[in-house]
Design a protein around this ligand. Structure first.
Ligand code: PMP
Length: 438
């Protein structure tokens, strides 16, 4: 590593004295030598404690849709803060945000929360209460947060552990989950129509929900095959199953109306988090009137001290207002497309013997090295060359561009990634590819 990371390393040492592994989320741990301490961010850039700056394509795992420390969002939050943060009553901020979400996404009703984990947990409860059934389907390589029910066959699982396609194994992602929980989840390969139909037809009477990330936002943005989301819709309609789109990553990022708008398929319940608050902790779940009406004080619980708190709600109010009034997503698409095309050209020219593939929409795109076949599921994604990917990304980080070093995590762009940043990224990319080739 040619970067001077003296202060970063020293402060990280200290972090480890008080915080397990020095991080407050395991995903931020890149090993004892490669875990950064960031001092601040502005626009498309972040700075580490040593003062090195990076064009940021991680964006806090996706939330920062406008740019770091975005002034108009900050101002709205400061204005709101002056009036207090929490009241054990509804505030006008919550009503404004709910109204915006309903207008932008076309769902009927919405409840606010704070994190993706929290809202997928509540969506699952609502689906169970609505149907009176207990089990649910999710797809391999999908991540829906940290609660026990969904921590099986996530993007942290290796393909070898997943068993055969005919008979997939539910692979528990973490210790600490009671044995009985496993029975409630059924993991299937994404985009596998046959396995899906067979499973739903045999077990529909047990199925409360099908949870889907409409594109695999935790596995390099593997895309749904034509007709896949429509098939989910059709089966859920036929068998009275609640279709849940987990739009924590796609919501307010690939279209103002998220994946429902982008792919033209409507879910019964949808979960949102990341981009809706530009990095402030705010989340939401909502959907059809009939399904959301399941929530009933004293009968079906949804609650939380901080749900709809003023800070998160004010941040979402400002973020969604900007998304509604400015061509944020269009701009990100154009600049992201330029970046994808540039990366494609460089790899074709400099590494002609290493096949590669760019996938997904430009605001959240994936890059796979070592194969030029578009993967259609998490198993196929793992056929790419993850080691080469990591070496290339570390070379890029040394050159002041910070994507995730793990190819499962897509590249995220914000409204603050201008043509200048894209140009600099491509120059650094060409240089990094040449260094890795040597
Ligand atoms: N669902 C999806 C699709 C996600 O990508 C994530 C987080 N990466 C979550 C849920 C959980 O969100 P949070 O980290 O806010 O709990």
């Amino acid at each position: 590593m040619t970067l001077d990371l003296t202060e970063t390393r020293a402060l990280y040492e200290k972090a480890q004295q008080y915080i397990p592994y020095g991080v407050n989320s395991n995903f931020r741990y890149w090993g004892p030598e490669d875990t950064w301490v960031i001092s601040h961010g502005k626009g498309a850039r972040v700075w580490d404690i040593d003062g090195n700056s990076y064009i940021d394509y991680r964006l806090g795992f996706g939330p920062v849709i406008l740019g770091h420390s975005y002034q108009r969002v900050n101002e709205r939050v400061v204005e709101a803060l002056e009036g207090g943060t929490i009241f054990a009553w509804t505030t006008p901020w919550e009503i404004k945000v709910a109204e915006r979400i309903v207008r932008m996404t076309g769902i009927d009703k919405v409840r606010l929360g704070n994190t993706g984990t929290e809202v997928t947990m509540h969506a699952l409860r609502v689906a169970r209460a609505y149907t009176g059934r207990e089990r649910f389907i999710k797809f391999e390589g999908q991540y829906h947060g940290q609660h026990d029910y969904v921590m099986f066959s996530t993007a942290s699982t290796s393909a070898g552990a997943l068993g055969s396609r005919r008979n997939p194994i539910n692979v528990q992602t973490t210790s600490g989950i009671p044995e009985g929980i496993r029975q409630y989840v059924i993991n299937l390969p994404f985009n596998d129509f046959e396995r899906l139909e067979e499973t739903v037809e045999a077990r529909w009477h047990e199925l409360a929900a099908i949870f889907v990330e409409p594109l695999l936002g935790n596995a390099a943005s593997v895309m749904p095959r034509p007709g896949w989301l429509e098939k989910l819709r059709e089966l859920c309609d036929r068998y009275g199953i609640v279709l849940v789109f987990d739009e924590v990553k796609t919501g307010f990022r690939i279209a103002n109306g998220g994946a429902q708008e982008y792919f033209g398929v409507r879910a019964d319940l949808v979960t949102y988090a990341k981009a809706m608050g530009n990095g402030f902790p705010i989340a939401a779940f909502g959907g059809k009137e009939e399904v959301m009406a399941t929530i009933e004080p004293g009968r079906v619980a949804h609650g939380g001290t901080y749900s709809g708190n003023v800070v998160g709600a004010a941040a979402a109010d400002a973020t969604l207002e900007i998304l509604e009034n400015e061509p944020v997503i269009d701009t990100i698409f154009k600049r992201g497309q330029r970046l994808m095309d540039g990366i494609d050209e460089i790899l074709t020219e400099v590494l002609p013997d290493t096949p590669h593939r760019l996938i997904g929409p430009p605001p959240i795109f994936g890059l796979i090295l070592g194969t030029d076949e578009e993967p259609t599921d998490f198993r196929a994604y793992q056929e790419g060359d993850g080691d080469l990917y990591e070496r290339l990304m570390m070379a890029l980080i040394e050159r002041g561009v910070m994507p995730d070093s793990d190819g499962r995590e897509p590249w995220f762009l914000s409204y603050s990634h201008g043509d200048e940043e894209i140009g600099k990224t491509l120059t650094a990319f060409a240089d990094a590819v040449k260094a890795v080739r040597r």
